[in-house]
Design a protein around this ligand. Structure first.
Ligand SMILES: Cc1ncc(COP(=O)(O)O)c(C=O)c1O
Length: 451
């Protein structure tokens, strides 16, 4: 058996456990100084099952850009999802995991010619377009591509609207592009859209599916064999969110527009699979008390806390993904709450994580956790000013592990039973370790051969 680093192992949890409890154990070991993520694989699997139950006709193609953590990708690959890749590197990453090219869509309507040629060499045929110049480029680089026309149909409100950049007008541009593709001898096989990431309207999917239906007719009239509908992303991902409502809209609209048709329906969820599975833990390494004139600030003082991850790291999501984050303190001190702010570790004044929040006094060396941090955080983060990016530590419940290990390329030889853990302390192994005590859980460390 190979010796592997702690961070490269998956903890298999037995008995009752919580994300917060596992984070506490890690920091109470006393050696942790850098921020880290705790990734719960169970959340990903639960979401996959929820998708299958609520959207049985729609195949999820996970959007790799959202979070390219290998463990997440490998888990989804093992469960059988497809993948939405936006570049050569993403295609390389996914095919490198052993995913067949038929399970990949190159869903970037404005591609580099060299990336299209690469897709062609590895057999990724399915790709989106939304302009005449893209058609010409594809004709030169990969004339046998299976094209999916991306149309614009925006939710009335979304965390990150995308229609401003991608998607041709379904009424004025798409009909001409479908004809043009036929003139060029290119095959259009379907229609895609993205209603906006973090869409706050569910009815938009019905509007978009109806627009797509009309284009299926026009595409067929232009000589294309239309057989793929791609619903894009936009699905909610935070803890406790559910796709039941949006699934009802989609299923009803598919029944109304595509019942009895031989049409394959896919979607490109990113946030849905990634967000809630990752919890970030960050440490307070400095603080400053400053006078304030703001009457709401009570005693005339405001506390600035400096933490070891900031907007150049995981919290880039505040700038790019328009997220809001809520700190949960793990080790508050006695005393009245005071208006406070949280700042990242870099020397930039822009590096503010939370500008105003009432917090009980926090010690230096205290930790804060932030939930729902799996979407559009890690892949965008940079080690600006020399601050390391958080590593990911993974946990999985024992019951789930027994199922997953059948799917993953791991054998029994890949894991060893770790020491018993009862809370703050890690006592030496004892015969009591396997006896059923209420607060007791056992940790099994598993080599993650997938990293
Ligand atoms: C083409 C495409 N598909 C899918 C996604 C994933 O969207 P979401 O995270 O909202 O599911 C994105 C996000 O930007 C995208 O650009």
């Amino acid at each position: 058996m190979k010796v592997v680093e702690e961070e490269q192992r998956i903890r298999v949890m037995e008995g009752p456990w919580t994300t917060e409890g596992v984070i506490r154990e890690i920091i109470e070991e006393g050696t942790q100084e850098d921020p880290f993520y705790l990734m719960d694989l169970g959340e990903v699997v639960a979401r996959y099952h929820q998708w299958k139950e609520l959207l049985p006709r729609v195949e999820p193609f996970y959007a790799v850009k959202c979070n390219d953590d290998k463990l997440l990708l490998s888990t989804l690959a093992a469960l059988g999802t497809g993948f939405d890749c936006a570049s050569k590197a993403e295609i390389e990453l996914i095919t490198g995991l052993g995913v067949r090219p038929e399970r990949i869509i190159f869903a970037n309507p404005a591609k580099l010619a060299s990336h299209i040629r690469y897709a062609s060499t590895v057999g990724v045929d399915l790709m989106t377009f939304d302009s005449e110049t893209e058609l010409v480029k594809i004709k030169q680089a990969m004339p046998h591509a299976q094209l999916v026309i991306r149309i614009r149909c925006d939710a009335t409100s979304a965390q990150c609207p995308l229609g401003i950049k991608f998607g041709c007008d379904p009424l004025t541009e798409a009909p001409r592009l479908l004809k043009l593709a036929a003139v060029h001898g290119l095959q259009v096989v379907g229609v895609s859209f993205h209603v906006g990431s973090g869409a706050r309207e569910t009815g938009v999917y019905a509007r978009a599916i109806q627009l797509a239906r009309a284009l299926f007719g026009l595409g067929a009239a232009a000589g294309h064999r239309m057989r793929l509908l791609d619903l894009g992303g936009g699905f909610p991902g935070h803890a406790g969110s559910c796709i039941r409502e949006v699934a009802q809209v989609i299923n009803a609209s598919l029944d109304a527009n595509f019942s009895g048709c031989e049409v394959r329906v896919i979607a490109e969820p990113g946030r849905y699979f990634a967000a809630a599975a990752y919890t970030l833990a960050a440490m307070i390494h400095a603080k400053r008390e400053i006078p304030t004139q703001n009457e709401e600030d009570g005693d005339g003082l405001h506390t600035m806390y400096f933490i070891n991850d900031g907007v150049y790291g995981s919290f880039n999501c505040l700038l790019y993904d328009h997220q809001t984050v809520v700190p949960i303190p793990l080790q508050s001190e006695e005393g009245a709450s005071r208006m406070s702010s949280l700042w990242g570790p870099t020397c930039d004044g822009l590096d503010c994580v939370v500008p105003r929040i009432r917090l009980p006094p926090q010690p230096i060396g205290g930790w804060l956790i932030f939930r729902d941090m799996g979407a559009y955080t890690l892949p965008v983060a940079s080690p600006f000013n020399g601050f390391p990016l958080p590593k990911v530590r993974a946990v999985v419940d024992r019951r789930l592990w027994s199922v997953l290990k059948e799917l993953w390329p791991l054998t029994e030889d890949h894991f060893v039973v770790g020491e018993r853990v009862t809370g703050p302390q890690t006592p030496p192994p004892s015969p009591l370790a396997s006896s059923p005590t209420e607060s007791l859980h056992r940790t099994v460390f598993v080599e993650c051969a997938l990293k």
